[in-house]
Write a protein that binds this ligand. Structure first.
Ligand code: M6R
Length: 368
C-alpha cells in the first residue's frame, strides 16, 4: 500500500505532482472563466466582502500565511491569518461582510471547528478548504473548496499542504475575477503558470539526490534555522515544523528581515541555516535576502540556499545550493517546500524514527 516506498510520507511527497494537478482539474474553462462549483456564496455576496480572515492550525496555518500575500495582492481585500486556537478564545471583529476561510486537511481539527462556530455566531460567511469529503468542517461551512490530494496517511502534512496552496490561489483568483480586480488575461497568465506546476514539482523531485545527501550530513545537528521573506517566510516556518515533528531536532523559522531584531544572536560557528531566495525580479526582495545570507555567513553559519536556476548572485555565500525551477514569486512555495519535506523525511529516517507516526502526535487533533 506504500507503493514501494518506505513511508507513507515519502509516497505522499512523490504524489504531489498528481495531487496538484487533480486540485486544478476542471476549475478553468476554455473561455477563460474560473469556476469553483462548491462555492455556495453568491457572487453578489462575494462583492460585499470587506475582510477575509483565514483560520487554521499547524501546516494549514502556514498555507494561510501564503494565501494572505496572494489574496491581498490580487483582490485588495484586507486579509488576516490567525491560529484557530487563538481566534476561538478572542473577541474577533467579524460580521456578515467577513469571509472566514478555514483550511484543514482532515476537516476534523477541534480548534478549527470551534473557531468556525465562533465566527458563525457572529454571522460571518465561512468557506472551508478541506481534503476530506463529508468531514465535519465542510459540513458546518457555507462553502467548500475541496483539495484533491487523496488520503494523507503520514502524520506530517505534505501533499495536503501543496494542494491547500493551490486552493488558496484559486480562491484568490476567483475573488479577483468576481470583483474585477484582475483582468481575464492576467488571470489566464497565472492559471497557465499554475498548470505548469505539476511538471515543475516533478522536476524538483527528479533532482532531489543532493537533499538526500545533505540529510546524512546533518543527522547529528542539534539545531537548524530556516529563513525566508514574503511567501518564503511561511516556507521557512514549514521547513522548521517538519524537522521538529519528524526528526525531533530543534528548528526555527524566521522572517529574514527580523534577524537583526534578535535571532542573529543564535548564529554560531557551523550552525546550519536554510534560506529561501525569492526569484530574481523587479522588486528589492531578492537582493535583501542575499544580504541576509551574507550577514549569517559572516557570523559562521553553514548556509543551505534554495534558489532558482540561473541565479548565481548567491553562489559565493552558499555552502550548499539547492536549485529550484523558475517560477513567479507568489507561486514559489509550491516548489520551494518540496526539498524541505524530503530533507526532514530523510533525516528522520536516518535517525531511525517512525516517520509516519512521530512521537506524541496524532493525524487529526480532535481534542483541544
Ligand atoms: O487536518 P488539519 O489541516 O486541520 O491539521 C492541522 C495541523 O494539525 C497539521 O497541519 C499538523 O501541523 C501537521 N502534523 C503538520 O505536518
Amino acid at each position: 500500500e506504500k507503493g514501494g516506498f518506505d513511508w507513507f510520507m515519502r509516497k505522499e511527497i512523490y504524489e504531489q505532482p498528481r495531487a496538484v494537478a487533480d486540485t486544478l482539474l476542471g476549475r478553468y474553462d476554455s473561455d477563460g472563466a474560473l469556476t469553483l462549483d462548491e462555492i455556495r456564496i453568491s457572487e453578489a455576496e462575494l462583492r460585499q466582502i470587506d475582510k477575509i480572515v483565514v483560520i487554521a492550525c499547524g501546516t494549514s496555518f502556514y498555507a494561510g500565511l501564503v494565501a494572505k500575500y496572494a489574496i491581498e495582492h490580487w483582490t485588495r481585500i484586507p486579509c488576516e491569518v490567525e491560529l484557530a486556537s487563538e481566534f476561538r478564545y478572542r473577541d474577533p471583529i467579524v460580521g456578515p461582510t467577513t469571509l472566514v476561510v478555514t483550511i484543514s486537511q482532515s476537516g476534523e481539527t477541534a480548534d478549527t471547528l470551534m473557531a468556525i462556530r465562533h465566527a458563525r455566531e457572529q454571522k460571518a460567511r465561512v468557506l472551508a478548504i478541506c481534503n476530506t469529503n463529508g468531514s465535519t468542517i465542510p459540513r458546518e461551512s457555507d462553502a467548500v473548496i475541496y483539495t484533491h490530494a487523496g488520503p494523507e496517511v503520514g502524520v506530517a502534512s505534505t501533499k495536503g499542504f501543496l494542494t491547500q496552496l493551490v486552493a488558496c490561489y484559486l480562491l484568490g483568483l476567483y475573488l479577483a475575477q468576481v470583483r474585477g480586480t484582475k483582468y481575464g488575461d492576467e488571470i489566464a497568465t497565472i492559471m497557465h503558470e499554475l498548470e505548469q506546476m505539476p511538471a515543475l514539482i516533478q522536476q524538483v523531485l527528479d533532482g532531489i539526490q543532493p537533499v538526500l545527501d545533505l540529510a546524512s550530513e546533518f543527522a547529528d545537528e542539534p539545531s537548524v534555522l530556516f529563513l525566508g521573506r514574503h511567501v518564503g517566510y511561511p516556507v521557512a516556518l514549514e521547513g522548521a515544523l517538519k524537522l521538529k515533528e519528524l526528526a525531533y531536532i530543534h528548528a526555527e523559522g524566521f522572517a529574514a528581515g527580523e534577524l537583526k531584531h534578535g535571532p542573529i544572536a543564535l548564529i554560531d560557528h557551523q550552525l546550519p541555516v536554510f534560506v529561501v531566495v525569492p526569484p530574481q525580479g523587479r522588486d528589492m526582495l531578492h537582493d535583501k535576502v542575499i544580504s541576509n545570507i551574507q550577514e549569517v555567513r559572516a557570523r559562521g553559519a553553514k548556509t543551505v540556499i534554495l534558489v532558482e536556476e540561473g541565479d548565481e548572485e548567491v553562489t559565493p555565500y552558499a555552502d550548499v545550493l539547492i536549485r529550484l525551477p523558475r517560477v513567479s514569486t507568489l507561486l514559489q512555495p509550491l516548489v520551494a517546500t518540496v526539498p524541505l519535506q524530503v530533507f526532514a523525511c530523510e533525516l528522520a529516517t536516518r535517525k531511525g524514527h517512525d516517520v509516519d507516526q512521530p512521537r506524541n502526535l496524532a493525524k487529526s487533533v480532535t481534542v483541544e
